[in-house]
Design a protein around this ligand. Sequence first.
Ligand code: ATP
Ligand code: TYD
Length: 241
Amino acid sequence: MKKLAELYAGKAKTVYTTNDPDQLILHFRNDTSAFDGEKIAQLDRKGMVNNRFNAFMMQQLEAAGIPTHFDKILSDEESLVKNLEMLPIECVVRNISTGSLVRRLGVEDGLDLEPPIFEFFLKNDELHDPMINDYHIITFNWASQPEIERMKDLTFRINDILKKLFFDAGLLLVDYKLEFGRYQGELLLGDEFTPDGCRLWDAKTREKLDKDRFRQGLGGVVEAYEEVGRRLGVELPSSKA
Ligand code: ATP
Ligand code: TYD
């Protein structure tokens, strides 16, 4: 597999083309951003930790029957994935109320949400990722009706799988964001599943073990990601090395 040109540099990952047009390389960088890129930092080891964390999660999901773009890890910070035509949509699921839901609706923080809440956001940094619904998606042709149904179906199946996976590791999966893309007539889960794109709380203490540590300046960001990885059984080299 030959890495060719840089296709896209996002806020946390860089995407490269390869000699196979159906495959891309995702490079997980140490860059971290929050509040639409207003707060940025370099966090030592984060790229490596997220690359391995993501590989573990994608493999768990594949094993449970979810089609994903993940192929294999190539190096500490790089993975090989299928080249998807990404939908410009973010699927958010909330199992516990917090974050923008609480700000938007004035509901109490930390409530169990039953049934879980599903929200679509438009992937558009300039517009600050506004919330959208099925009608916007159809009218503006961001995805088809069957694709909307498929995203919802896959997202709720993923929720059942991941809630249990994290709960068994003493963690609450509070909320998270997924992205899907088209590949040979099918929708696959793309992008990443790491503590950068979800909220995870310790089940007993409700301590935050995700990117909120960075957003809120709590420190120990990568250490928290590693703690989550350790509880799940993700293979990570010792941080004391
Ligand atoms: P955000 O942080 O809001 O997700 P970003 O573009 O800054 O936006 P990065 O994670 O830095 O995010 O960039 C990775 C980009 O690669 C994203 O735009 C994502 O949609 C895209 N991407 C992820 N997986 C694939 C794939 N398999 N094929 C094509 N593009 C992909
Ligand atoms: P949300 O509460 O809407 O955002 P905020 O961080 O502004 O309070 O986010 C819900 C979850 O989805 C949270 O775990 C972060 C994740 N998410 C992303 O990672 N990227 C996004 O662009 C969006 C909209 C959400």
